[in-house]
Design a protein around this ligand. Structure first.
Ligand SMILES: O=P(O)(O)OC[C@H](O)CO
Length: 519
């Protein structure tokens, strides 16, 4: 567990922000009246890959890592009076548990878990109209990343293992944490909108969707607004006392958007994590352009805010792979090493790297795409390969932004950037150059936790100061070795990854292949 803290006296109580992520849980304690961070701690989760395409997490460990991080904060501020909790969490991952014992009935199935690919394909074969129904009602594509097929698999496994069906509860990670903290079986609307079961218009589970996936609504949590009451801690959990209210819950990517103050169309952010989520608010809840999801960003003050989103499956993981493949010297951070190598060359020397490790996500949604490295010659150096990895991340984000704006939606003038990989100044510069617009790079890597804290503070009636300004990265003026040529090479590489021609890979074209892959 890692910890850091700033000791100072508290007058008005403290807010506890929890960000439960794929690789760790972060917790933060903030002064409830000023928003100043008083203590931070984190604790690792566990992740297992028991079969190709399977990604499991220990559900109990998600909880214990959360409590370890919370304890780590409270230990640094023993006098703190916690007046409320804000939660942000990894999305789509599902947990199945027993209502009577409160214990998990199996592993959590992670958001990257693709074991339901065949199940989804069967559903489409049985009911060809399902893709359309799902997209119109939920704003999402039928893909194993989303929760419903995993809910179904988890419930079936629990019942096959002897569980009483009426005792089985399922939920996304927010629901699991809230259940453990307060005993309520509830979920937040932004999280619920990632399950393939929530109707974006009525903001309720929809019977047609429940029946498509064969899920009994009684197994599911009750969806609630992001600033609803999620109950109070039912008992003492470690150093966290009983009676503390959960004031706000947001899905992690949505919480980062909230933290940046991106609340209106024309604003947007990219979170550079294992994958990358590019998100921008919209007033239009209808299905977006091909490959782009529509989702509930949050439901605050009695009204929903919707967002368009593109999920890139491999970005940080692509950088990690390239860093370890090129040999990270002992004691060196992979990202820093890769950036240093990439900085040795002015460009990638014609090399393009498409990290389609498990197919491609937005805007292509082609699970059959394969990873490719093209343009390698006898003159290719480690620097060129490192540079191609950084460019791969930036190209994928550019693909998503272009797809998002392809239906005439408001242009994102400045893209906010957060997440671990933003530490690479070179990546940020390449990103600004490819997009041809400035980036606003967050000063804190904990945008999601801060977003949840901000909403919790607002629930208490405290107006929090705007996010601390980060630093701005302006695009270089276009030159002859311009972004256009780089984009053309990238499109060719994408075509090779997908086994298609360049024109077929344009996500804005409604060709037969895109129809097949992006319901
Ligand atoms: O745990 P993270 O930060 O990689 O976020 C996971 C996303 O919420 C998945 O959609």
């Amino acid at each position: 567990m890692t910890r850091s803290g700033i000791a100072r006296p508290l007058r008005d109580g403290a807010l506890l922000a929890i960000d439960q992520g794929t690789t760790n849980t972060k917790a933060m304690l903030l002064d409830a009246s000023t928003g100043l961070v008083l203590a931070e701690a984190s604790a690792p989760t566990s992740i297992a890959f028991p079969a190709p395409g399977w990604v499991e997490q220990d559900a109990e460990r998600l909880w214990t890592a959360t409590m370890a991080a919370v304890d780590g904060c409270l230990e640094q501020q023993p006098e703190a009076r916690v007046v409320g909790i804000g939660i942000s969490n990894q999305r789509e991952t599902v947990v199945c548990w027993s209502r009577s014992t409160g214990r998990a009935l199996g592993p959590a199935l992670g958001w990257q878990d693709a074991r339901t690919t065949a199940w989804c394909a069967d559903l489409l074969e049985r009911e060809p109209s399902a893709a359309q129904t799902i997209r119109q009602r939920t704003g999402l594509s039928l893909d194993p990343m989303f929760s419903a097929p995993k809910f179904r698999t988890s419930i079936d496994a629990a019942v096959a293992g002897g569980a009483d069906p009426t005792d089985v509860a399922v939920g996304t990670v927010d629901a699991w944490l809230v259940w453990r903290l307060t005993g309520q079986h509830v979920t937040e609307l932004g999280n619920a909108s990632r399950t393939l079961l929530l109707d974006l218009a009525s903001l309720a589970w929809h019977d047609d969707l429940l029946s498509l996936f064969g899920i009994d609504a009684a197994r599911l949590p009750e969806p609630r607004p992001s600033d609803a009451s999620f109950g109070v801690t039912s008992t003492r959990h470690g150093r966290l006392p009983a009676g503390v209210p959960v004031l706000a819950v947001l899905a992690d990517s949505h919480a980062a958007l909230y933290h940046h103050g991106c609340t209106t169309p024309g604003t947007g952010k990219a979170t550079y994590g294992t994958g990358t989520s590019v998100m921008s608010p919209t007033k239009d809840p209808s299905a977006g352009p091909h490959g782009i999801a529509t989702t509930v960003a949050w439901h605050v003050g009695g009204a929903p805010t919707y967002a368009r989103e593109g999920n890139i499956v491999a970005s940080g993981s692509a950088l990690d792979w390239m860093a370890s493949t090129l040999g990270v010297p002992e004691g060196t951070a992979g990202g820093a090493h890769l950036t240093a190598l990439a900085g040795e060359v002015p460009d990638s020397g014609g090399v393009c790297f498409v990290p389609a490790f498990s197919g491609l996500g937005a805007p292509y949604w082609d699970r059959s795409a394969v990873g490719v490295l093209v343009g390698v010659s006898g003159g290719t150096t480690r620097g060129h390969l490192a540079r191609a990895a950084l460019e791969a991340v930036a190209h994928q984000v550019t693909d998503v932004v272009e797809a998002m704006e392809s239906d005439g939606s408001a242009r994102i003038d400045t893209l906010h950037a957060d997440g671990g990989a933003t530490a690479s100044g070179l990546l940020m510069q390449v990103q600004a150059d490819l997009l041809g617009r400035p980036l606003e790079v967050a000063s804190s890597p904990a945008a999601s936790a801060l977003g949840a804290a901000r909403l919790a503070a607002e629930h208490l009636g405290v107006a929090t100061p705007p996010a601390e300004p980060g630093h701005r990265v302006a695009p270089h003026p276009p030159t002859s070795s311009d972004a256009g040529a780089a984009r053309r090479s990238w499109r060719q590489a994408i075509a090779r990854s997908r086994g298609l021609t360049v024109s077929q890979t344009d996500p804005t074209l409604r060709d037969e292949t895109i129809e097949r892959n992006d319901p």
